[in-house]
Design a binder for this molecule. Structure first.
Ligand SMILES: [Zn+2]
Length: 126
């Protein structure tokens, strides 16, 4: 396991500790977590919330797919993926960095660590 995958497992462990007593894990847990990385810089984040400060190149690309914050044909809300949230924290300070330069680990469901396939929106974005 590389350090990026390790960071995903650590993040999941933290969530599992936090929600150990959860009566409604499906509601409490984020659906997906993933690690975005660019050499030494890496960020684990989760799906769900949308960042009010979105990197310009992310915003531009997502807008060519649909309306940010609205559900798309693949079933996901555009801009709410773990890939978007994690990469945003890298891209925000690097406005000239191409989206394709950001790498990702396998996305996982933090409750079970099941692997999650990259959705159509994210395949088109990165
Ligand atoms: Zn996605």
């Amino acid at each position: 396991m590389n350090k990026y995958e390790e960071a995903v497992f650590c993040y999941a462990k933290k969530l599992q500790r936090k929600y150990k007593e959860s009566k409604d894990p499906l509601r409490d847990y984020p659906a997906t977590i993933v690690c975005a990385y660019l050499k030494k810089k890496y960020v684990v984040d989760e799906s769900g919330k949308i960042s009010p400060n979105m990197a310009i190149q992310l915003k531009r690309k997502l807008s060519t797919i649909g309306t940010i914050g609205k559900k798309t044909h693949c079933g996901n809300i555009l801009g709410w993926c773990a890939e978007v949230n994690s990469s945003n924290k890298i891209l925000m300070y690097r406005p000239y960095l191409c989206l394709s330069r950001v790498n990702f680990t396998t996305a996982r469901r933090p409750r079970t660590m099941q692997k999650i396939n990259t959705c159509d929106n994210c395949k088109r974005t990165f």
